[in-house]
Design a protein around this ligand. Structure first.
Ligand SMILES: NC(=O)c1ccc[n+]([C@@H]2O[C@H](COP(=O)([O-])OP(=O)(O)OC[C@H]3O[C@@H](n4cnc5c(N)ncnc54)[C@H](OP(=O)(O)O)[C@@H]3O)[C@@H](O)[C@H]2O)c1
Length: 259
């Protein structure tokens, strides 16, 4: 049985992880991290009595084989340090990481295996894998990335949109790619190598990303959408299974799925 601790258990993704894990035979969520002082009475009532809710990361780490984090960058940083000192592998899906947060993940990855992905869905993992090839094949075509998320999303553009851009860039084709965040108002004719990133925030949209490639005469558009958060939770749990026995290092979800 793989024992999981969920950091951000009160959140939308934390709840989705609990939901998917409840029907997985090989996984048990045994602990959850909650914000200090948070009222957990309602949450507690819906959880197995044996599940530890704690505001102390070391207490969570002591109980688990793998920690899964869907929270906030500052908490991700603390979780990475706690995982490293407890020797616990970490799966992190938190987005909006600044350089300091990424550096903390890298530091911790010297001690334990860590996978960070802005998107744990299988569809995006496959899209990330094929984008460098598409960029090489359609080197003269214009590329735009359009993402849509629910009104509560904090970071923009999404971590997934940035990962899509990095995957296109990984082709190292000419002209080099330059991101442009939104367009206008005013005159802004398209320059060679520009990639427009457009963030739409509305309603309850779980997450939709399109990569549009177009020439003067034709176009190609790849769109991925999540029907619900279980798509991400399922991937995070699969990452937990696959990272458990890996050596220390910072992994991508693709590394775990395809390498
Ligand atoms: N990689 C993926 O596949 C994927 C998919 C979806 C979302 N995400 C990312 O996952 C993260 C969480 O998304 P969500 O929709 O679940 O957000 P959410 O509903 O706002 O949940 C955030 C969770 O983190 C906790 N939290 C935030 N700041 C904290 C702090 N300073 N100390 C302690 N706890 C803190 C919240 O606790 P409270 O309830 O007490 O506020 C809550 O449990 C975001 O970065 C989002 O972009 C990633």
């Amino acid at each position: 049985m793989l024992r999981i601790g969920v950091i951000g258990i009160t959140g939308r993704m934390g709840q989705a992880v609990l939901d998917v894990a409840s029907s997985a035979r090989d996984i048990a969520v045994v602990a959850g991290f909650v914000r200090p002082g948070r009222d957990t009475a309602t949450l507690r009532a819906a959880l197995p009595p044996s599940l530890l809710l704690t505001d102390a990361l070391p207490d969570l780490m002591r109980l688990v084989d793998v920690a899964i984090d869907f929270s906030h960058p500052d908490l991700t940083l603390a979780a990475a340090r706690a995982a490293a000192s407890a020797g616990v592998p970490l799966v992190s899906g938190t987005t909006g990481l600044a350089e300091a947060h990424q550096a903390a993940l890298l530091d911790a990855a010297q001690h334990v295996p860590i996978v960070h992905a802005a998107n744990f869905s299988l569809g995006i993992a496959v899209l990330l894998r094929i984008l460098p090839e598409l960029r090489r094949l359609f080197v003269d075509w214009d590329i735009e990335i359009i993402e849509r998320h629910h009104r509560g999303k904090r970071d923009a553009p999404s971590g997934t949109a940035l990962a899509l851009l990095r995957a296109l860039d990984a082709a190292q084709a000419e002209p080099a790619l330059t991101p442009v965040y939104g367009r206008g108002p005013g005159e802004a004719p398209r320059r060679p190598g520009e990639v427009g990133l457009h963030a739409v925030r509305a309603g309850g949209e779980v997450g939709r990303h399109s990569v549009l490639l177009a020439s003067d005469d034709e176009g190609l558009e790849f769109t991925h959408w999540a029907q619900n958060r279980r798509a991400y939770a399922r991937g995070a749990l699969e990452a937990a299974r696959r990272i458990r026995n890996r050596p220390p290092g910072l992994y991508t979800f693709s590394d775990l799925l395809f390498a």
